[in-house]
Design a protein around this ligand. Structure first.
Ligand SMILES: Nc1ncnc2c1ncn2[C@@H]1O[C@H](COP(=O)(O)OP(=O)(O)OP(=O)(O)O)[C@@H](O)[C@H]1O
Ligand SMILES: [Mg+2]
Length: 331
């Protein structure tokens, strides 16, 4: 769409109509005394500018090798998909090149970014998922990722349900995802700074293959239930290390925390004392139904659609602590 000139008097008269058009993608140049003095642009253009500017700055700095982070917990509903999505966009806002992999046939992450809204979207096809890499002994290349607001994403759909039957017959293929990601990154002119992998909660061979495709494991925990299956997850990590020897439990991510609730206080205490020998604890992400509800409704990450919300502030802080941790600092 062209940038349309608009006089301030017309803007004043038709503000709501103009904003509705901006929401549809129209850009306006606001003219005052026939000179363009400001622009009204859709939020997605604004984020693009923010990310591009931050990326130009970031490109001047020495870059770390690609950091592969898997977000996993053998308990359901701890915030894996939410944490993966929010960290990815938060990192992109800081100028990092980021990709997301949805490795859960439930596809909550894919859906939360609106990729399943259009029934004709390639996100519904098996060919768009990473499931394809398990189809042969030697993994075929990863499909091209889709793009949503500055982040690349390999979507999920229920075709991923077939991965477990393949791996149950032939566990040797559990290394295929890691190998295919290695090959994909090696072929990129400018590899990603971060690849974040969102996983399913069920402890199956596909989960092992997903964890083994990463080097760092992040464990979101939103309640005591989130730690009940920790031993199951740690056992799975030991198996995954046969494929990814350097895989480490990098950090716990306390999510949906209400510090006024006693058992949440107890949970944090437990993480910071009993479990601190296993991994550090990243800053707390609070429980915010309103903001996460808005993210679900608008199909946008909270850090983009509600940048001023307190929980978005928490997510930004968690992102920065994570980057410091990966660079060798402390959480
Ligand atoms: N900090 C938060 N504040 C409020 N709601 C949250 C927060 N984090 C996650 N949620 C909500 O909790 C629910 C579960 O989160 P999510 O889907 O990310 O969990 P999950 O671990 O990926 O679940 P599953 O095991 O089914 O894959 C979602 O409705 C999500 O919007
Ligand atoms: Mg999920």
């Amino acid at each position: 769409m062209d940038d349309r000139p608009l006089k301030t008097s017309a803007l004043r008269a038709d503000l709501f109509e103009t904003l509705a058009q901006v929401e549809q993608g129209q850009r306006f140049l606001i003219e005052r005394y026939q000179h363009p003095t400001a622009a009204l642009i859709p939020m997605r253009d604004y984020w693009f500018l923010q990310m591009t500017r931050a990326r130009a700055q970031r490109d001047k700095e020495p870059r770390m090798p690609t950091q592969r982070l898997v977000i996993a917990n053998a308990s359901g509903g701890e915030g894996k998909s939410t944490v993966a999505r929010e960290l990815a966009y938060s990192l992109a806002l800081d100028g990092y090149r980021v990709a997301l992999m949805d490795l859960d046939p439930q596809a909550s992450l894919t859906k939360s970014l609106g990729l399943h809204d259009d029934p004709a979207s390639p996100a519904h096809t098996e060919a768009a998922t990473v499931g394809t890499v398990f189809s042969r002994d030697t993994p075929p290349p990863l499909p091209a990722p889709m793009h949503v607001e500055g982040v690349d994403i390999w979507p999920a759909n229920d075709a991923l349900n077939s991965v477990d039957s393949i791996l149950n017959n032939d566990f040797a293929r559990a290394a295929n995802l890691r190998d295919a990601l290695d090959a994909y990154l090696a072929g990129m002119e400018r590899p990603y700074d971060f690849v974040l992998l969102d996983t399913k909660p069920q402890r199956t061979n596909f989960l092992t293959a997903s964890v083994a495709a990463a080097d760092h494991l992040l464990v979101p925990v939103s309640g005591v239930k989130g730690l009940e299956n920790l031993d199951v997850l740690l056992k799975l990590v030991r198996v995954a290390r046969t494929i990814a020897p350097d895989l480490s439990l990098r950090a716990f991510v306390p999510n949906r925390i209400r510090e006024d609730v006693n058992h949440h206080k107890g949970l944090l205490e437990h993480l910071r004392t009993e479990l601190s020998a296993l991994a550090p604890v990243l800053p707390v992400i609070r429980d915010s139904l309103a903001t996460m509800g808005a993210a679900t409704e608008t199909r946008q990450p909270a850090v983009l659609c509600k940048p001023g919300a307190k929980v978005s502030g928490d997510l930004r802080q968690t992102t920065h602590a994570l980057v410091a941790l990966l660079q060798g600092g402390r959480a």
